[in-house]
Design a protein around this ligand. Structure first.
Ligand SMILES: [Zn+2]
Length: 299
């Protein structure tokens, strides 16, 4: 899996590799956990900028955005089960905001096709479950979760042959599902999801944040972990584009969980427009990390 750090490297590689095909497909994943902040929109805009350059070279460009509405995260429930208000889930609300923002960006960067796929849908596809089974055969430590049918909370499970088995420590109940059972609302770690998504259908490039290259004391970086699983599946020949780390005020990765996210609503002042943000991303796309200019903080 080749990784690139600059848009020009990516363009050169893609046009070398695509002498005959007319369409280039890029993809990214995005959590649906609330309002968009600058760290989230960066890869979104990178995708559209890449698309506009590819279209200028005479290709068609499709940008696939995986909306992560179900994952095995630190929250008590997946995003599509967390209520935002009495009508919408947190995932529904977030997806509305993502589509609005991407629609606005597309007005500045036309001619690219954007396709959305929800994890809650794709994880029920037969191909997804087959890829997961192949991964589980190689790596038994992968975390599988579902919701307890009785108390509704997250429970852990495993796959035995073609049956998922989940046990609830709280209720003492056991739930089993056939491998392809569409009733199963399966939750997986973000990086396992990512590798499966990369292999569900042909893609040429995966746009991913540079934070995935950070090596922790105990483990490989997320990117190394993904590369290992990718070798197990051996399907996709895509390349990776690493987008810059957008730093929050604490000089660490901008994130909602650290409360350092600079939300789009907060930068809506006289200096803000979608065009400004697109320009900002365009200017900084090849950097390793970026500090957000003071004027964007609206202080
Ligand atoms: Zn239970």
């Amino acid at each position: 899996m080749k990784s690139f750090n600059t848009l020009s490297q990516v363009l050169r590689y893609l046009s070398e590799a695509h002498k005959t095909e007319r369409t280039i497909v890029a993809r990214m994943g995005l959590r649906t956990n609330g309002d968009l902040h600058l760290g989230n929109v960066f890869p979104l805009i990178v995708g559209t900028l890449l698309g506009s350059k590819i279209v200028k070279k005479g290709y068609e460009f499709r940008f696939v955005i995986y909306l992560v509405d179900q994952e095995n995260g630190p929250e008590d429930l997946p995003f599509n089960k967390i209520p935002y208000n009495n009508k919408l889930s947190l995932a529904d609300y977030s997806i509305f905001g993502i589509k609005k923002f991407v629609g606005d960006v597309q007005k500045e960067v036309p001619d690219i096709e954007v396709v959305y796929k929800k994890v809650s849908d794709i994880q029920k596809q037969k191909k997804f479950r087959i890829l997961l089974k192949n991964i589980l055969k190689k790596d038994k430590r992968i975390n599988l979760q579902a919701l307890c049918q009785k108390h509704g909370g997250k429970i852990k499970g495993y796959l035995r042959k073609d049956t998922f088995i989940f046990l609830c420590a709280q209720c003492g109940k056991k739930f089993s599902y056939f491998l392809y059972d569409k009733k199963l609302e399966l939750m997986l770690d973000h990086d396992v999801l990512g590798v499966i998504e990369d292999n569900l259908f042909p893609i040429d490039i995966h746009i991913i944040g540079r934070d995935h290259t950070i090596v922790t004391e105990k483990n490989d970086s997320a990117l190394e972990f993904r590369e290992k699983l990718q070798k197990v599946l051996g399907v996709s020949k895509h390349i990776t584009f690493l987008t810059p780390l957008v730093l929050g005020k604490d000089k660490k990765k901008m994130s909602k969980s650290n409360e350092t996210g600079l939300f789009l609503s907060q930068i809506r002042n006289e200096n803000y427009s979608i065009q400004n943000i697109v320009d900002f991303v365009s200017k900084n796309v090849n950097k390793k990390n970026i500090e957000v200019p003071k004027f964007m903080y609206n202080e």
